[in-house]
Design a binder for this molecule. Sequence first.
Ligand code: ZN
Length: 254
Amino acid sequence: MLPDGFTWVAAGLLGATIGSFLNVCIVRLPADQSLIRPRSRCPKCETPVAWFDNIPVVSWFALRGRCRQCRQPISPQYPIVEALVSALWVGALWRHGFGLDALTAALFGTILFGIAVTDARHYLIPDEYTLGGLVLGLGLAWRHGVRGFGAAILGAAVGFALLYVVAWAGEKAFKKEAMGGGDIKMMAMVGAFVGWKGVLLTVFGGALLGSLVYVPLSLKKKRLVLFGVFLAAAAALAFELGDPIVRWYLGFLQ
Ligand SMILES: [Zn+2]
């Protein structure tokens, strides 16, 4: 079904609202704070933000990036995340058409985006994204019936097992923790959305992206590897383009 004008606008507004909530997750989850209470407040003067100053994207520009009370700057991260998630939800509608496939793509993309930002800022991947996303992925897999659900369970198991083995081998090889538990739980979640072939593609793609970025960087100085960021990018590619890539690859073997 081709979306009409109203559906496009609704997807954009819903995406911006979800993006606003993702901002709250990005700030509060690493600090183990509640997502619901207290209400949004200025981090500098702690004045609660009125509803009309809390409209995604629009309010930041209306306030010219400053708190209404204390006039201290508000991070541009807020409107940027809101605009990007809004674009992501419109993009999911464009690619999949109106329906559960678009909703699944939009939710999966939003979770991956939250993981990437949080991993980049804090070097950790909160359980709310991974375990919450795993439950969501298994639930949404029912849109393809029992077979879809079975494929999601298998994908989650392969994702968990593969990263568990990689983490164990890395620890043996480097005599220190090479990969966090967050990465392992993340790949169980990713597996529920992309299936076992998608898991292989994601881990391969994540390692490839990681080495492309880190080999030039590590020549200069040592850095913590943000594997979650690269896994998130590769997982999004595996979700959208996994089937054509696997078919293209298998074409060589015939
Ligand atoms: Zn303030």
